[in-house]
Design a protein around this ligand. Sequence first.
Ligand code: ATP
Ligand code: MG
Length: 352
Amino acid sequence: MALPFLGTRTRSRDQITAVDLGTHTFKAVHIQQKGGKFSLTNYAIQDSPGLNGPLTPQSLGDALAKVLQPMGARSKQVALALGSSEAILRHAELPLVAPSDMRTMLKYNAKNYLQQDLSDHVFDCHILPPRPGAKLELKPGQKCRVLVGGVPTRLIDDILAGAKLAGVIPEVVVPGLVGPVNAFESAQPERFAESTVALVDIGFRNSSITILNKGELMLTRVVGIGGDRLTSGVAETLGIGYAEAEGIKLGLPQEVESTIVSLLSPLARELRASIDYFEHQQDCPVNEVFVSGGSSNSEYIVQFVQTELVVPCVTWNPAAFLTLNLPAQKLSELEQTAPRLTTAIGAALAAL
Ligand SMILES: Nc1ncnc2c1ncn2[C@@H]1O[C@H](COP(=O)(O)OP(=O)(O)OP(=O)(O)O)[C@@H](O)[C@H]1O
Ligand SMILES: [Mg+2]
């Protein structure tokens, strides 16, 4: 199964429904393309079955059908984005051969190239252009820089089975980590091309940081802290249940601000460490941080991350480049919802 990364497109489509299979919520978007212009015609958000235990084909199929039902699906083809805990994304140096041969090499010898034993995974590769000034000699054994995506074969099988139950065909499956990159390239083209930025997605169980330097993906890291840790911490501190803690976190955030920021400190430290590593390696500062994911709706969370990282941080709108052809209710809610649609929008772009 193809795992197209960044701008790699196997075939041009004029519309696609993409679903981000998040751990907390599934997010679906429908995007149309006409004459090089993109429009958002619908979106939907539903609880993820992952909240109540491991994914099974049945639970996945039910949840997919539920999130796609209000979308008024115009075709059965969908693009799916997988969570950062399931789909890995790595830089690697591989011999310069056809991507299909690279996939075979990784299948049988992932440890050698990725320093991790990833047996029973499906891989895909995106060959990165040589750095400006780098000498490209086409000689035997020539190596090249490659972005590698990998997903457990079992998960792909479960997804195919679940999609079948939901009556849809997953034409494209992407590691969710490429979603924010694709969406950022379209929503902020100048910054993407000219600046050095970090994209931070604060998810449910995990958060991710991706550093882009003048259009090149330089580094991705996943940190095992997200909104779930914040809610659990509030529940523990106040001695209350999870649902009540979630209600306070969302409804009366000022009451738990000090608890939340102390719980966020380890995440901020990990993000700062990634930025430090990049800046040290490349001798180039990260100018801005763009935050997405559910928790980016909270002003004080973004503010705290900014204070800890000492880099300007903003919540960004991944739908900024889209013409909005939405039902009235969804149009009015989009401003709040958009940061959670980042990965789904990016997955749709990978498929169009
Ligand atoms: N306004 C808000 N303030 C603080 N937290 C919020 C707010 N809105 C949503 N969240 C939190 O965002 C989290 C869900 O985020 P999101 O929808 O990005 O997760 P996900 O994409 O399903 O997870 P993952 O990316 O880890 O698979 C929940 O923990 C929720 O409490
Ligand atoms: Mg997510």
